[in-house]
Write a protein that binds this ligand. Structure first.
Ligand SMILES: [Mn+2]
Length: 309
């Protein structure tokens, strides 16, 4: 029987890691398939904290794909976000909550919904099939929901996410307020993190019109902790844009407490596009975007619409 590789996007976040881990239980119980979770890169501090707290090992880093392996993508479908180790022809399953940008050469299993997290989607798929979820997986999925929706406050959050979180916690029994507070502290911790890591930890590339647009995000409870690194971040972003041949490169610092974003504008190109699309106030090459916390919902569609014109 072909082994299923379950894997999230490059620069993995909590949702993409826990979805891959819990995906193993789902594929085994629902499809009767042997599956293994992998990661497409290094884990961020928040995800490390969560796995440590729940007592789960990191998935293995995907190094290469064997001929008889098939692939399930979780939490992504955009070509630029898929691990370079994966041959897209081998993808037979996609579970995601992002906009769809794929075209396949053969039929695949696709489960996609506008919902707060891939973890929510997985929880829902278990529940719809009336299949029990292990306590460990309930904890992981709950963490995935709370992380991706910024504790159910992001505009991507739906009533379903809230209901699913309640359902999962009947079994997970996490002290949510404490858990989230510690998760956010871990997420914001800059100790031992280089400027390059700050930029790339949660970085995604999108095709918009004819342009390649890169957008990095750093969610934090203390945006001021990045202020002293701002010049270095600008410098590194400028190099990255050149080296990786990105047409427009943005970096956003998301304040998860005050719920706003600072958009770093590294050149006139980024600046004029951001002025046209968002029109926020600019100070020292940083645009302030009140109420903006979601790249998926409040940044990507707006930029895409403009660049598709
Ligand atoms: Mn997600």
């Amino acid at each position: 029987m072909n082994e299923v590789i379950i894997i999230g996007h490059k620069n993995p976040d909590t949702d993409s890691i826990v979805s891959a881990i819990v995906g193993v239980e789902f594929f085994s119980k629902v499809f009767g398939k042997k599956a293994v979770a992998y990661r497409a890169g290094e884990l961020n501090n928040e995800t490390k904290y969560i796995l440590g707290k729940i007592g789960i090992n990191q998935p293995k880093l995907l190094e290469s794909l064997e001929d008889d392996m098939i692939v399930a993508l979780v939490d992504h479908n955009e070509l630029g976000q898929i691990s370079e180790k994966i041959d897209f022809d081998k993808v037979e399953y996609i579970l995601d909550h992002h906009k769809l940008s794929i075209k396949t050469e053969k039929p695949i299993f696709l489960e996609s919904q506008a919902i707060g997290s891939t973890s929510s989607l997985l929880a829902k798929m278990f529940l719809e099939r009336k299949i029990a979820i292990s306590e460990e997986s309930c904890k992981l999925l709950l963490a995935g929901i709370l992380s991706d929706t910024l504790n159910l406050t992001s505009p991507t959050t739906t009533q379903e996410d809230k209901d699913l979180a309640d359902k999962l916690n009947e079994i997970a029994k996490l002290e949510i307020e404490n858990f989230v507070a510690e998760m956010f502290v871990a997420k914001s911790n800059l100790e031992g993190i280089s400027v390059g890591e700050i930029i790339n930890m949660d970085y995604k590339v999108f095709e918009m019109g004819s342009l390649k647009v890169g957008i990095g995000a750093w969610e934090t409870t203390s945006p001021q902790s990045l202020d002293e690194k701002r010049a270095a971040i600008f410098k590194e972003l400028t190099v990255k844009k050149e080296v990786e041949k990105i047409d427009r490169l943005y970096f956003m610092v998301i304040d998860i407490i005050k719920q706003n974003a600072q958009l770093y504008l590294i050149s006139e190109e980024e600046k004029s596009l951001a002025e046209k699309v968002f029109g926020g106030e600019i100070e020292n090459e940083v645009m302030i975007l009140p109420g903006v916390v979601s790249r998926k919902k409040q940044i990507v569609p707006q930029l895409t619409e403009e660049l598709n014109k």
